[in-house]
Design a protein around this ligand. Sequence first.
Ligand code: GDP
Ligand code: MG
Length: 438
Amino acid sequence: MLEFIQEKITRLFDKLSGRGVLSESDIDAVLKEIRIVMLEADVHYRVAKELIDNVRQKARGEGLSKSIDPSRYLLGILKTELIQIMGPAASVRVDATGDVVMLVGLQGTGKTTTAVKLARHLKEKRGLKPYLVSLDFARPAAQEQLAVLAKANGFSVDEEIAGRGFEGLKDLRLSSARRGCDFIIVDTAGRIHGDETLMGELRQVKEMLRPSTIILVIDSMMGHDVLKMSESFMAGVGYDGAVFTKFEGDSRGGAILSFRKTMNRPVFFVGTGEAITALEPFDPERLIARVIGSGDMAGFVEKVSEAVTGADLEQVNQRGKGRLTFQDFIKQLRMIKRLGPLESLVGMLPGASRLKGIAGSEEVGNDLKKFEAIINSMTSRERDNPDVLNGRRKQRIAKGSGTRVEDVNRLMKRFYETQRMMDIIKKTGIKGLQHYRH
Ligand code: GDP
Ligand code: MG
């Protein structure tokens, strides 16, 4: 879903990182590319422009020229900007008995489905008993859709009030209380366009029910139209926040950014499927981390240090005066095996998409026994000086360990690769591995 933005931005910053200085034109070039990535992700052009302008302005400050890693610094500015736009996570307000949550939005966006999803969520998470009602006065089929879905999930639903038109609304809270319910979720009519007739009707419902929260339900696939629609609902009836439905498809997440920046209202949830469990509280930071692929560096380092005990490290460091030997190598293979699937570790690194497959630990597991046998068949001189291994020695070792010369060669190849990686890590730390190429 958002992977493609992430990949592009990662590649962009990869091109830059390692450079000591970023010139004004470097920065302009990157910002231009970020803008294109945003537009491709369905971020509204107005929003993308403003975002880029802000980043540019901040990049001109002193920090960038003083920073050790300017491209990281620039990425940091972008991230801060995005965090500011997205704001903190927000939850739906349901405080008092009889509170009303009202859903509004265009037809087909997912209001009815979201009404039932929300009922389930609030019941599970806050222990509140929901009462559902459809106020699509003109369409009995829509009322029935809600009733069927609500009952199928064991929720109380009002099937009379809508039949009495606006008059019936006066009794809504009473009906809810009679059924022993704590709060009410109101599903409303939708039209293809948010015309004035619809807005008038929604305003009247709002006047009569005084909801504690009004939620605009938005189809994530709407792309750029999301702004015009959100503005017209804001002017027509007003709302406290939004739910973005159909977020699991190939929606690129840009609509959320546009909405957030322009309307200054939170996104409470995203809908991620047709099932009523497919509703997730919206987490702005997680979205941003995915968009710009900042990676969980702290988590990575922590996990590695957990698996690699101090004693291991010391031994690795002491032997062979700093350069990796076979002895160290076998130790490392055992550590890697302990780390678990390396893919998951590597996934925490920025620029991870390229690193995949360097040293899959499944392979390590399979090879470990063979490699150990091979190394055991070496003389201690060979173990400490891998470079002395010529064809004759390899043949002898293969025979002695019950393997083939190909296996010995494979071990050698892996060994020299690892030696190179270790040299990089020694020089630049684990971070240096980001730029390691096979
Ligand atoms: P309404 O006209 O706004 O009430 O929309 P509905 O609730 O009837 O939903 C319209 C269609 O969208 C239905 O087929 C739903 O199953 C589907 N839908 C709603 N939310 C989601 C979602 O988050 N993901 C997916 N894939 N489909 C959804
Ligand atoms: Mg509906």
